[in-house]
Structures are given as C-alpha cells and as structure tokens.
Design a protein around this ligand. Structure first.
Ligand code: SAM
Length: 269
C-alpha cells in the first residue's frame, strides 16, 4: 500500500486549517453517504479532463478518494493530496494513487512543472487565499498542462443563510466568494489561460435538520469566524424550521448550491 506522507507541523500552525482538517478527518467514514452534491459535481467536472490516459494527474483535496477508480483512467500516475490525514488514510485504503500527501493546497509539496493535469473538486472554497492555490497549480503544471477545479460561490445555501438571518445576526453559514473575486484572483496568475462556468445544483431535503445533519456527515460544518455557542435548544430549531418552510416545494426543502467550474491551460508546450 502507498504510504500516507503526513506534514502536520505546517498545517497546525493555522487554526482554521487545523479545524477544517479535523472536521473532514472525523467525517472520513460517513462522507460518502452524504456526498450527493459532491458526486454530481465531480462526475460532471470529470468530463472536462483529457480523455487519454497519460502522464501525472494530481487530485487536490481528494477527500476519501471515492473518485480514484475513475481518475486513474485519465493518467499513468495519480498523486492524491488532502489537508486531512483522516481523509488521506481512507483514500489510501484503495491504494490507487502512487502517493498520498498531507498538504495545504496553498503550499504544495511538489516540484515545479512536475504534473500534467490537476483535478480538484469542491476543495477551493475552504482556502482563504484562492490566488495562492491558482499560483501553486500554475507552478506545478507542466507547459501545456490543464486544470479542472470546481468550487462553491456566493448564493450557496442562500435559503439557509436567509432563514438563520431571520433569527439572529450570527454567522451560521460559510461565506462563499462571488465568482468575480475568483476571476480576479485567477487573472493575477500569469502564464495560464482560464475559463469559468457557473452551474446551479438544487438539492432537496425533508427538513432543515436533514440539511445540518448532511453538512456534519460530510465534515463541511466548520464556519470561518463563527463564535462558539449559539445553535442550541429545540425552540431555536423549531423557529428555524418555520422560517425555512416558506421555501418548501413538492420535492421538499430546497438548498441551492452555486458551483463554478474553473478550467485552465498552462501556456507553452
Ligand atoms: C468537500 S471535500 C471534497 C472531496 C473530494 N474532492 C470530493 O469531490 O468528494 C473537501 C476536501 O478538501 C480538503 N481540503 C480543505 N482545505 C484544503 C486545503 N487547504 N488543502 C488541501 N485540501 C483541503 C478537505 O480535507 C476535504 O477532504
């Protein structure tokens, strides 16, 4: 089995990264059963990867590696990187990638021009500095190399944010960047040609608790800047459910996810 190379020292120096890594690690066993959105988004994005199995592919923010049986069909060598040791350990059980590296996408432990293609699904929204991720991706790509990334943007979980806002003014839902901020960040990285496309994925739930439960199952329940305490009491959830109910459709309670698909090619060849 390929070894998981851990680098906890660098990660634990940043409190939010540390929390994100721990939350995802704790969810490494339950993740796949809650990952409806993640599966739809990644499988749609996969269609944009070069079809021929060639070269070295990097899966950045690989999670539990559920996509690796498919990703390996697009390359000769797969490297899996994730912030969370728990997620990597889970991915490494399938032993599909050549290496499993614990690292922050904003500081990749890979040499310049060492990768032919990069794939990254629903990882970027966890990074405070998207420009650092774009810069690192451009650095490790070989000339002519490509990247396909997906991320969540402003408008995601808008119904939930609105319902919470009717109850108090604390931050309960993560802040997602507007697509223009991502475009601007990408435009700062020279030597790459970028393309952006926005897609909306509506998901439906029986009740608001099911939405919160799913976020926890996925490990996606860390909110940057959220104060401790808050979300307590039956009464609070009851009121939240009443406010959210105004959005109910015949399919259930909707939660909208706004996804941006970013594709890039590195100049030269
Ligand atoms: C929503 S999951 C997506 C996993 C997988 N790509 C998928 O599509 O199912 C996000 C993953 O990104 C990882 N992650 C978050 N921030 C990261 C960072 N700064 N660098 C590397 N990985 C990160 C998390 O640990 C988690 O495994």
């Amino acid at each position: 089995m390929s070894a998981v190379m851990q680098n906890p020292a660098k990660i634990s120096s940043e409190p939010f990264l540390n929390k994100v890594a721990k939350s995802f690690g704790a969810a490494s066993d339950s993740y796949i059963q809650g990952a409806r959105l993640q599966q739809q988004v990644a499988l749609d994005a996969l269609a944009l990867l070069p079809k021929q199995p060639y070269g070295h592919l990097l899966d950045l923010g690989c999670g539990p590696g559920w996509l690796h049986p498919r990703l390996i069909q697009h390359c000769q060598k797969l490297t899996a990187i994730d912030l969370s040791a728990g997620m990597l350990a889970r991915a490494a059980q399938a032993n599909i990638a050549s290496q499993y590296l614990q690292a922050d996408a904003q500081q990749l432990p890979l040499a310049d021009a060492s990768v032919d293609n990069v794939f990254s699904s629903l990882m970027l929204q966890w990074c405070k500095e998207p420009v650092a991720v774009f810069t690192e991706v451009a650095r490790v790509l070989k000339p002519g190399g490509t990247v396909v990334m997906t991320t969540l943007v402003d408008g995601t979980l808008g119904e939930l944010r609105q319902a919470f806002a009717a109850l108090d003014n604390r931050q309960h839902v993560n802040h997602f960047l507007p697509p223009d901020a991502l475009r601007q960040a990408a435009s700062k990285v020279s030597g790459m040609q970028w393309q952006f496309e926005q897609r909306r994925y509506p998901l439906y739930y029986p009740n608001v608790q099911a939405i919160a439960r799913e976020l926890k199952t996925l490990g996606a329940n860390q909110v940057a800047g959220r104060q401790a305490g808050g979300l307590t009491g039956k009464g609070y959830w009851q009121r939240l459910a009443e406010v959210y109910a105004q959005h109910r459709t015949v399919l259930g309670l909707p939660a909208s996810y706004q996804v941006v698909v970013i594709s890039g090619v590195k100049h030269g060849n």
